[in-house]
Write a protein that binds this ligand. Sequence first.
Ligand code: PMT
Length: 404
Amino acid sequence: MIAGRRIVLGVSGSIAAFKGVALASQLVKAGASVDVVMTPSARRFIAPLSFRAITGRPVLTELWDEESSDAIGHVALGRAADLIVIAPATAATIARLAHGMADDALGATVLASSAPLLIAPAMEPHMWAAAATVENVTILRRRGAIVMEPGEGRLASGQIGRGRLPEPEEIVDAIAREFEREQDLMGRHVVVTAGGTREAIDPVRFIGNRSSGKMGVAVAEQARRRGARVTLIHGPLQVALPAGVEAVAVESTREMEEAIHSAVRTASALVMAAAPADFRPSAIAGQKIKRRASVTLDLVPNPDILARLADWRGIKVGFAAETDDVIENARAKVTAKRVDLIVANDVSEEGSGFGTDTNRVTFVFPDGRVESRPLQTKSAVADDILDLIVGLLALKEVVQPSST
Ligand code: PMT
């Protein structure tokens, strides 16, 4: 997969820069053509010659050294790249990339490129946890960059914590996975739902839930990155809409159901990450309900959207937001909703479920199989779900070659 690919390796100024040499060497051995771009501070840690010796190619260190005989311009490099990997990426480099700074060779190369961007951070634990870095990483992930989680352990400073550069082997694996996923949903239409729905009580109040929309938005983003045409049907979101998707805003569960029915006509897959309200008031008060000793709401059930799509032939993925007996309840939902996959998340677990950037999920299949995943970013969970959808779509084509 890596063989024959053109990879730009960006190296920024960290004590871990020497691992960039090991990474370059592994990529070259795997058959890639590797162009290295160094930030000015990277050169304080390692000489460009080390990279040149390994890759056999000139190293770009300055934005303005393009007149020199063998230097390749940042624009040409960015455009020709099949993938850009930045390892190590310091907090400063991550900040510069998040803000589109193009005043050094690495920033300019990234900005000139539309290739997938893989970032392998390395920094002190408190810098990785700093609010500014967290926001910068979120910006880059929202734009489609893959930001790896740094490793945990003892750092060069003697501090112990999260901030170690992932090992070169892990970075090579992530690059290989990225090439495998590249455009594997091209030509597919994927419908994704995100966020909670709201059921009006009166003109100012509603029944809602804690869904931020992050999980569904991550699925929509990754599906778009992998080449799908994406329709994102969403309730109110606490995150920005991803670029390049067809967004349909809805408020109530019944509105969501209507939008889904019209969108799935041309779709190959539906991923229901939304948390639609299961109940709604039997009547909406025409005027604001005045304060009084007690108010009783009569609730009626909303339609079960997934269950009512039983006859639709695309791949159906549901989520299960559980607080207890996670697997048992998810198994019951696979059967009741007749889906191809339930993604169960324990929403009472820290770092999982509503509003978080991470999720720990378990895949529950109709044949009873169960696969647990570690705590990961919602983008990584989204990619795991899409990997399964790609597999299920391929299987369906083998079973029903031209009738679907
Ligand atoms: O949005 P975030 O803050 O990122 O949080 C993510 C999440 C916790 C909302 C998400 O990971 C999740 O678990 N979504 C499903 C929430 C939910 O409604 O779970 P449920 O167990 O009640 O429903 C099971 C499945 O049926 C879900 O796919 C749901 O979308 C679907 N459903 C639910 C109700 C309904 N009336 N019709 C449905 O189709």
